[in-house]
Design a protein around this ligand. Structure first.
Ligand code: HAS
Length: 561
């Protein structure tokens, strides 16, 4: 790669490329274990892994790689590109290299115990499942490594503000800074959980652990985490998609408001994952349920703003009538492939949003909690808009930062559609099975999906198999994606140039005074967090629950073998 005086300089191009390439390579393992999970649940294979990993080990690998490592690596890479491109403030390369190195070393430290069977604790790693200390140390390094870029970006942003006191912050930067504000808020309770509870317990310094406290701290992290995943996709929808469809962003004000509302509402909601937990009063659960409905508001704003922007673009291209304009969107345009990675994700998110609202309702949650419905929900959110946006943007970074010409362009635009059809089948299968009572995270081949077992449940069979057909399609989409990604990676590089970042113009600019400053939003977020979390944490710390000794999931020898 040539040296150039580009906004995204050589070090940051390499840093972002390294993160994207490592993340995508690891994804091969994560996707492979996803496919094995779904085939195993359907009873189509008798072992959960061809690599000798047991069921919970494979599920841990699938969740940790896809949901934690891939997402964090991608987001730090994309954050560097956005901040460097839009702010054009120099960042200290040594600090960037340190951050990337910490993330890589942390990932290796966490991966080794998983592969050795000493950290089969799933991506939620809540006790009494216990992992090797190296797993917790590795995960902590990954998280701390991802904080460092955020502090670099805050310093760059403050410098930019001093240089441009009268300008609104570029929308993409508002999106990235909101994303990482949510991440920082979320990861502080995680750090407390790991450093105060899990690591000493894993090292043998404490004999038992307070499971309810650990779960409460985990979900304090775990729900804002989902918006950490979602917001970069919103950056794509608001900033990059409107120019791709030949239009403008319908409301710049609404977009800024949506990002900032996530800072306020994404965290005081974690107890909606614990409606069924003992040890936490139902009044606090209801409060978190109320905040959960509030956190859907910025997504509703996004649905209307993005739909209006798509319609505006399509009408500029001659679209007419109530629905006729749909025909003018570039669904299969190989050059504007980022639209193909955006659109099916948006459609999937309509279902992800509706199922999320079901989950949030305390009463309806009783029906679906801990059932297959939940993976049905999160494959239309995390596996829908988020994953597709990350796949598309990873390719975009590879071509823009690495000077690589995109290969297999026709196959490439098929990927998101094949994936989306797979997700629809997968999620219908799991959601219906879930409503019929099929549990999630259960070694089905040992029990319910095995006709030789007395626990066999025939009413789930057809839905589990439908889910498996969806899973096969998802895997097929990913095989094509990997072919496109690696063919592009190994294509001869062209001279690198300034990156082309599709950037929306607003249909009209109306400055929103309160959106020009992050501080009031962070202050309100902290107030809401204190209201939502201090009373339940005091209650949990009061110790109404009994600490638990460690527990290992049983060995997965299928019935009949
Ligand atoms: Fe969730 C569980 C509630 C959003 C991920 N969620 C999970 C888990 C994951 C996850 C991974 O209240 C499982 C965790 C575990 O392992 O236990 N979730 C919600 C709610 C929302 C929500 C209310 N979740 C997400 C997002 C995720 C995600 C986003 C990942 C990125 N979720 C829950 C609850 C649970 C839960 C409970 C716990 C359940 C339990 O019992 O365990 C909301 O934020 C959703 C709001 C979304 C919308 C949709 C807006 C639609 C848009 C698309 C517009 C389309 C266009 C195209 C423009 C309101 C923006 C037009 C095209 C046409 C064809 C018309």
């Amino acid at each position: 790669m040539q040296q150039g005086s580009f906004a995204v300089d050589r070090t940051h191009r390499w840093a972002a490329l390294a993160l994207v390439i490592v993340a995508t390579t690891l994804l091969v393992l994560g996707i492979y274990h996803g496919l094995l999970q779904v085939l195993y649940r359907a009873g189509w294979i008798r072992a959960a892994s061809f690599l000798g990993l047991e069921y919970y080990q494979g599920l841990t690998l699938h969740g940790v790689v896809n949901a934690i490592v891939y997402t964090t690596f991608f987001e730090v890479a994309f954050g560097y590109v956005v901040v460097k491109h839009f702010l054009r403030i120099p960042l200290d390369s040594r600090i960037t290299v340190l951050a990337v190195a910490m993330m890589l070393v942390g990932t290796v430290m966490a991966a080794v115990p998983i592969l050795a069977g000493k950290a089969s604790v799933l991506y939620t790693f809540y006790p009494p499942l216990k992992a090797s200390p190296w797993f917790y140390v590795g995960a902590s390094l990954l998280v701390v490594g991802s904080w460092i870029p955020f502090f670099q970006w805050i310093a760059a942003y403050l410098q930019w503000r001093r240089l441009h006191p009268d300008q609104d912050t570029p929308l993409a930067v508002v999106g990235i800074l909101s994303t990482f504000t949510v991440w920082l808020i979320a990861t502080i309770p995680l750090a407390v959980e790991v450093l105060v509870l899990l690591l000493p317990w894993s090292l043998g310094w404490t004999a038992s652990v307070d499971v309810v406290l650990a779960r409460t701290l985990f979900w304090f992290f775990g729900h804002p985490l989902v918006y950490f995943w979602l917001l970069p996709a919103y950056v794509m929808y608001y900033v990059m998609v409107p120019p791709l469809v030949g239009g403008k962003l319908f409301s710049d004000k609404a977009a800024r408001l949506a990002f900032l509302l996530f800072i306020v509402f994404s965290a005081p909601v974690g107890l909606h994952h614990q409606y069924a937990d003992p040890g936490v009063s139902s009044s606090y659960k209801w409060l978190h349920g109320f905040f959960t409905f509030c956190v859907a508001i910025p997504s509703f704003i996004t649905a209307f703003t993005v739909a209006a922007s798509l319609e505006h673009g399509a009408r500029q291209n001659g679209g007419r009538g109530l629905f006729g304009w749909w025909a003018k969107l570039p669904y299969f345009d190989e050059q504007r492939y980022l639209f193909a990675y955006a659109f099916p994700g948006l459609v999937l998110f309509l279902f992800g949003g509706i199922t999320g609202i079901v989950n949030a309702s305390v009463t309806m949650n009783n029906v679906v909690h801990n059932t297959a419905w939940i993976p049905g929900h999160f494959h239309t959110t995390l596996g829908g808009p988020v994953f597709l946006a990350f796949l598309g943007l990873s390719l975009w970074m590879l071509t823009e930062l690495g000077g690589k010409p995109l290969r297999l362009t026709r196959w490439n635009v098929a990927v998101p559609y094949v994936w989306a059809i797979g997700v629809v089948l997968f999620s219908i299968g799991l959601s219906v099975a879930g409503i019929l009572g099929e549990p999630r995270r259960t070694n089905m081949a040992l029990s319910y999906s095995n006709p030789d077992s007395p626990l066999f449940q025939p009413q789930w069979e057809i839905w589990t198999k439908l889910g498996a057909v969806g899973g096969i399609l998802m895997a097929a989409a990913m095989v094509i994606y990997f072919a496109v990604f690696f063919a592009t990676l190994f294509a001869p590089a062209q001279p690198v140039r300034e990156i082309r970042f599709p950037t929306a113009e607003a249909l009209r600019y109306e400055s929103l005074g309160v959106a020009r400053n992050f501080t009031p939003w962070v202050v309100v977020a902290v107030i809401f967090l204190v209201i939502a979390y201090v009373p339940p944490l005091i209650e949990v710390l009061g110790g109404s629950t009994v600490p638990s000794p460690p527990y290992q999931p049983f060995s997965p020898v299928p019935v009949g073998q």
